[in-house]
Design a protein around this ligand. Sequence first.
Ligand SMILES: NC(=O)c1ccc[n+]([C@@H]2O[C@H](COP(=O)([O-])OP(=O)(O)OC[C@H]3O[C@@H](n4cnc5c(N)ncnc54)[C@H](OP(=O)(O)O)[C@@H]3O)[C@@H](O)[C@H]2O)c1
Length: 341
Amino acid sequence: MVEEFITLRNGAKMPRVGLGTWKAPAEMTKAAIKCAVKSGYRLIDTANDYANEHVIGEALAELFAEGVVKREELFIQCKLWNTNHRKEHVKQDLLDTLADLKIEYVDSFVIHWPQASEKTMFPVDNNGYFCSDKESHYVETWEVMEELVDEGLTKSIGLSNFNRRQIEEILSVTKKHFPCVLQNESHPYLHELDLRNFCAINKIAFQAYSALGSADRPWRKFGSITSGAPKIGHEILEHPDILKIAEKYGKSAANVVIRWHLQKGGTLVAKSTNPGRIEANYKVWDFELTADEMSFFDKLNVGWRHLIWAETSDHPDYPFKDELPHNYVLGKPDKKLFERS
Ligand SMILES: NC(=O)c1ccc[n+]([C@@H]2O[C@H](COP(=O)([O-])OP(=O)(O)OC[C@H]3O[C@@H](n4cnc5c(N)ncnc54)[C@H](OP(=O)(O)O)[C@@H]3O)[C@@H](O)[C@H]2O)c1
């Protein structure tokens, strides 16, 4: 029996399946949010760099006004962007999101990435190098994150894209409010077993992002070094063996992958702006993968990470140094990716 919610270390209930909103065009996002909530989703994952929080706010206002759901029945998660890591900027980052979302508090506020940056959303100098803010460190950012819980602006705080050592550092400096959620990339090609176990021991809920393999990752079409399907040869939702399992249950490949996440004990956010897929993706509670089907997924765990963000890799707090592609020169901009702008 797979539960729909888990209990976080702060006592709050967090839905195990959430709707993601990265790459969701603003003009489609309002309908997507309304459709998701009406289909049973209770977790919405947002971020200020997704440029759609204002329409999510409109959708939420309508859902509350129509009596579809009450604020306290939803779990809304947003993220602190890299330009706002300095102590004096952290609170304003959240206040801006709350204004866009038209709500008084969020349920989870996570540091989006460990590496702080300067000035604009995606600051890149004339040579394509990321403009790091090396004077700012996430340990100081965390101090203010903790204060925001006491101020009632967020029910919990957490991390995203942090590696194990960086999480340990946060745990060692936490005064009162420990991280409740770690949102990191994970899917059948990247199981992250060590990190999941580390989180479980430390009472942090591991929340997989790009849970379906992120086939619409923008750099795929620009042919950047991190663009390709993994060596295994298929985008996750097109894997013939996953499709076969899906057929057996009369489900989609996405349902099977979501079910795999759930039966592994995890939580996840998956994105769609297609109303039919949003609704269908949530129908994962009425079937169960066999032990053999679960162990089939073990063979897919090739450690493929699609969100490398190599341009930021010369930052001292870059989290995935060991996973940069072979031949990649540290700090060298990914030319093909840079050429797109
Ligand atoms: N913290 C971070 O740094 C970070 C990074 C990446 C993602 N995230 C969060 O995680 C969420 C999910 O990750 P993601 O957006 O990268 O990718 P994802 O959820 O793994 O995959 C999204 C892709 O799958 C497609 N899709 C969804 N359901 C489908 C179905 N039933 N059949 C076929 N295709 C389907 C979507 O297309 P349609 O929309 O057309 O259905 C879209 O192309 C994000 O939206 C964001 O909220 C966080």
